[in-house]
Design a protein around this ligand. Structure first.
Ligand code: 5AD
Length: 334
């Protein structure tokens, strides 16, 4: 559906309950047109909280010296995959900071080991900015998908959220390289970051429309106490849900997760995100002691200790929302 800028801005700002409800209904309809009632699972593995970058919003930024750092070994990562496989998950998401210890060679080895043990599974990487050559290498080793949020589509705003060593230009270069390499590619942004305006949110929607990513992540900004943005308020729940619904309407075929960030600011955040058009749930497979240290923001929701119990609760939640847990790979509809 085509929406002009004025219509989009009005929907972004509306506080009218019935208008918001009809926006969500439209988003659910767009999802249903391509995916029916299916909600897909991705097993998330947060394999390193070391990061060479210093993003002003992020708790694992390199200058946060208070954070205890960890890396999972290849065996630990494979164990996470095995636990996810037992639960029926057909996608593993390897997410981490930009950690130079995980060189191209080490990453290639890990991807190849997962690929040979799980020939049918999808492997998603969420490991930040790399050269085109590295992306091609990881793809050859068996990675299929890549998540790299653009964070904001404005050069000025990007510079207010990141140190000068990081540029929107390079982020966009990465996203183009990923698409051209053949990855199902995910972009996305936070809602409520410092200095964000409604016009910037509109520009984020337009950027996604232009890029046509197969996946899109949208969630509220949440402050982290040991970052420059510690005192900034978290993104608004209603605005985050409206943005999610608009992304669904603009990209009806996209795979859109109910993000952990939404569940962190609202206890029923996952239900609310599904109601607004999300169709992916990402249960965390990271070992308990490590995932507590993957603190990109304060009070990050951690799933129940028991992965089986947690999974069954999610299945129940999806069904009671009138949707169907789908244990397939859940590739993007092209
Ligand atoms: N609040 C919400 N989301 C955050 N991210 C990083 N820091 C925060 C924060 N403080 C998001 C970014 C990143 C993704 C992995 O997590 O959008 O791309």
């Amino acid at each position: 559906m085509q929406l002009n800028d004025d219509e989009l801005l009005r929907l972004i700002t509306t506080e009218d309950k019935s208008e918001i409800e009809s926006l969500f209904a439209q988003a659910r309809k767009a999802r249903e047109d391509y995916y029916g009632k299916s909600i897909y699972f991705r097993g998330l593995i947060e394999f390193t909280n070391y990061c060479k970058n210093d993003c002003y919003y992020c708790g694992i930024r390199c200058s946060n010296s208070k954070l205890e750092r960890y890396r999972l070994s290849q065996n630990e990562i494979l164990d996470c995959c095995r636990r996810g496989d037992k639960l029926g998950y057909k996608t593993f998401v390897l997410q981490g900071g930009e950690d130079p210890w995980f060189s191209d060679e080490r990453l290639a080895q890990i991807i190849s080991a997962i690929r040979s043990e799980f020939p049918e599974h999808a492997i998603t990487l969420s490991i930040g900015e790399h050269s085109r050559g590295s992306y091609e290498l990881f793809f050859r080793e068996g990675a299929n998908r890549f998540l790299l949020r653009h964070e904001t589509s404005s050069v000025d705003h990007y510079a207010k959220l990141h140190p000068p060593s990081m540029t929107l230009e390079n982020r966009k270069r990465c996203l183009r390289d990923l698409k051209e390499t053949g990855y199902q590619t995910g972009a996305g942004f936070m809602v409520g970051t410092p200095h964000q305006t409604l016009e910037l949110l509109l520009a984020d929607l337009r950027y996604l429309e232009e890029l046509q990513p197969e996946m899109a992540g949208v969630g509220p900004f949440i402050p982290h106490k040991d970052t420059p943005f510690a005192a900034h308020p978290a993104g608004n729940l209603s605005l985050s849900l409206k943005m999610l619904a608009l992304v669904r309407i603009i990209l009806p075929k996209a795979l859109i997760p109910a993000t952990t960030a939404i569940s962190t600011i609202a206890s029923n955040g996952r239900e609310l995100a599904l109601n607004a058009g999300a169709n992916v749930i990402m249960p965390n497979l990271t070992p308990q002691t490590n995932k507590k240290l993957y603190q990109i923001y304060d009070h990050k929701l951690t799933d129940e200790d028991d992965a089986v119990e947690n999974h069954l609760r999610l299945v129940e939640m999806i069904r009671s929302a009138g949707l169907e847990p789908d244990m397939g790979r859940g590739d993007a509809k092209r």
